[in-house]
Design a protein around this ligand. Structure first.
Ligand code: 4AD
Ligand code: MG
Length: 463
């Protein structure tokens, strides 16, 4: 018999139909004439209730072996359920126990566990309602991202993880090496001799696929990346990971306005798709995690995002009458408290801030005619702060060379990047969405470590 997914049965299963399911026992309730088992296979938030009658062969032995956490296969017949809140249940005719779970040591009980505790048992936390819902939404968003771009003719390109260029120029790269660290070759000046390393020069884990995405956009017009990126910042916050996934579209023949339009359309699309396909999970977040989750989703889908320049944003912050920890002054970067004030308190929806001072942004952003600002855009989300960072890229060879030099970077490292400006250069733009920040925003989860299955952050690398 074919195994069916519980999500499908809960939705469309018909009384009297024979079926077979496989999954993990969430709870067991023994009564006089029968036992109820709640089974979950990860396909849905809800469990399927299995009714086991005492007349089942080997009843006592089977029931003894199916504690919370054990894995089972159940064959039987569906029946309309008299219980409240569930349409259908499964009357067991045959139960096979795959693996028992020791009640004394199994760490998940039928109660609410703290997210801190669940992080300590990361290998089991996908079996809880909350993390199960988060990972299903994460999956739906991943699928929606590909669908959004593929429907619009963007090509998915694979950019390297190992790289020699620091895209953001922020010095937050993880250095990788093939050296035996007990025996690192040094030069006469007592410096590490990278000429002997496998790569012949320093190699790093990428902080962004953007520069390589630009290469591909200069041949395929519209492209996107979706993959892991790394930041060696020792930021122990609820919004930073050392390894996170980024979505980076890059479009040739596109300016900053087109970039912002795409970013807004993109976010609306992902929210809509996730809300439609994971309705029960969203209900759960709204009830149990953050009671503004559904309103936020509706707000994103139905309202235009705010757009302000950095210069306007500074004025708004100065006029706010709020006391901030960090100073607000033209030329200084916006801190998370400023970003959150703008999106959360002032506009009450995502806000796109544009045209930041040249000094605080990366070398590749296009210099505006005022000579003081660049064609950058950051999308700020309520409760999260920066969720997207993007820009129109500098397509003029001479301006770009000067920018690279002014930032103290080595022009020769960027020869191939500069070649794109030598041969058939075009205005182009793109952005990077922090995927975990999106999932955080969507689900209302307070800590970014709880929206990725295996968080990599200071003090979180157990397995
Ligand atoms: O603003 P960032 O640094 O922009 C770039 O890397 C550009 N090269 C993107 C592009 O234009 N193609 O990072 C983009 C987004 C941020 O807005 C944020 O959402 C997320 O990546 N991000 C992080 N997410 C989790 N943990 C971290 N340590 C993050 N650093 C950035
Ligand atoms: Mg940024």
């Amino acid at each position: 018999m074919m195994t069916e997914r519980i999500a499908e049965l809960l939705l469309n299963g018909q009384p009297d139909a024979k079926t077979q399911i496989q999954g993990w026992v969430r709870t067991k309730r023994e009564l006089k004439d029968f036992t109820f088992l709640e089974i979950n296979d990860g396909s849905a938030l809800a469990n399927l209730q299995v009714v086991v009658n005492t007349d089942l062969a080997d009843y006592a032995e089977i029931i003894k072996g199916v504690n919370t956490g054990s894995s089972v296969e159940v064959r039987g017949v569906l029946a309309a359920s008299p219980a409240k809140g569930q349409r259908i249940e499964l009357k067991a005719e045959e139960i096979q126990v795959y693996g028992q779970a020791d009640l004394e040591t199994y760490p998940l009980q039928k109660k609410r566990h703290s997210f801190e505790f669940l992080r300590e048992i990361g290998h089991l936390r996908g079996r809880t309602n909350s993390l199960g819902a988060v990972f299903r939404v994460r999956n739906a968003c991943s699928y929606a991202i590909h669908r959004f771009f593929q429907e619009r003719g963007f090509m998915w390109v694979h950019t390297p993880i190992i790289t020699s260029s620091d895209c953001e120029g922020a010095g937050e790269m993880f250095h990788i090496t093939t050296f035996d660290l007990k025996n690192v070759p040094v030069t006469e000046q007592n410096q590490i001799d990278f000429s002997q390393d496998f790569f012949g020069k320093p190699a790093y884990l990428t902080v962004s696929g953007q520069l390589e995405a630009e290469v591909m956009a200069m041949a395929f017009s519209n492209v996107y990346t979706f993959g892991p990126t790394f930041r060696a910042e020792n930021s122990n916050t609820s919004r930073h990971l050392a390894e996170f996934w980024m979505v980076e579209p890059e479009m040739a023949f596109c300016d900053l306005a087109g970039d912002m339009d795409l970013a807004e359309e993109f976010l609306k699309y992902i929210f809509k798709y996730a809300l439609e396909t994971c309705a029960a999970d969203f209900e759960f977040f709204n009830q149990r995690i953050d009671n503004s989750v559904l309103a936020t989703a509706e707000n994103i889908i139905n309202n235009q995002f705010e757009r302000v320049t950095y210069t306007e944003a500074i004025k708004l912050l100065q006029k706010s009458g709020k006391t901030f920890t960090y100073p607000v002054e033209w030329g200084l970067d916006l801190q998370s408290e400023h970003e959150r004030y703008l999106a959360e308190e002032l506009f009450k929806k995502p806000a796109i801030v544009t045209d930041y001072p040249v000094e605080i942004k990366a070398f590749y952003m296009r210099l505006n005619d005022d000579g003081k600002t660049v064609a950058a855009m950051d999308m700020l989300a309520p409760k999260i702060g920066e969720i997207i960072g993007g820009s129109q890229r500098e397509e003029r060879l001479d301006v770009l060379e000067t920018r690279i030099k002014n930032q103290g970077l080595d022009v020769s490292d960027y020869w191939w990047y500069l070649d794109l400006r030598r041969y058939g250069t075009v205005p182009h733009a793109g952005f990077g969405l922090g995927f975990e920040r999106l999932v955080q925003f969507m689900t209302g989860m307070a800590n970014i470590r709880d929206v990725i299955p295996f968080p990599r952050a200071p003090k979180s690398i157990d397995f």
